[in-house]
Design a binder for this molecule. Sequence first.
Ligand SMILES: O=C(COP(=O)(O)O)NO
Length: 251
Amino acid sequence: MARKFFVGGNYKMNPATKSAADGLVKLLNEAQVKGDVDIVVAPPALYLLPIRDALKTQHVQVSAQNCYLKDSGAFTGEISPAQLADAGIPYVILGHSERRTIFHESSEFVAQKTRAALDKGLTIILCVGETLAEREAGKTTAVVQSQLEPVVKLLQESEWNKIVIAYEPVWAIGTGKVATSQQAQETHAEVRAWLAKSVSSKVAQETRIIYGGSVTGASCRELAAQPDVDGFLVGGASLKPEFVDICNAQA
Ligand SMILES: O=C(COP(=O)(O)O)NO
C-alpha cells in the first residue's frame, strides 16, 4: 500500500510573539497544497489552541511538542495526554532529541509516554536518531533500535497505525548539515526491516518513517524521492515560506 506523505513542522520554542504566530497561520491558510499530504504543525503549547482555531485549511492539523504520562496531578509545567485529547489536539511529538539530551528523557520514559498518549487516542510522532559520535562509531542502527525497542514492548500490532516514526540524526538537527539521500534512505530502510522482524511485515510496510534534520526547500525533493522516506519533520524551515515547498515535495 502507498504510505500517505506526512510533513510535520516542529516550531520548538518559536515564534517569540503571538503576532508572529499569526503570520505562520496566514502562511498555512494561503498555502497552495499539492498532492495528498498530511500536514501537522507543532507550535509551543501556549499557541496550540489559538493556532488550531485560526487554521482555515483542512490540510493542516496541530500537534503538541511533548506531553507527560499521567492524566492530571502535581506535575508542574507538564501537559497531559488526557488534556490534549480533551482539547481536540490529535498529535503529539515524543522523544525529540532535545527532550532526550536537554531534559534527560530515557527511551523507556518515552515509551511509557507513548503508551499513555495512545491510551488517550493521540497519534504520536516518535523521534529517534543517533549522535555524530554514534554514527562515526557505526552505531546508528543499534542506537535507533534501542530507542524503538521499549516502544515495541508496550504496543499491540494494531496500534502502530497511530505512530509516525521520525528519524532525526542529532548531528543534522539545527546544523545545516542535512543527511544525504543515501544516508536517510539507508537508515529508514533499516528501521523498516527491523519493524518487519520485531513487529510484523504489515506494520513495517504501513508505518510512515519521516526524516528530520536541516530539511529545506532545496533538499526536500531528492530526499522525498527515496522509497523509504515518507515525509519530514521540519524545524527551522517550518517557520519560513519554504515550508510550503517542503509540504509539496512529493507532488
Ligand atoms: O528538530 C527537528 C529538525 O530541526 P531543523 O529542521 O531545524 O534541523 N525536527 O523536529
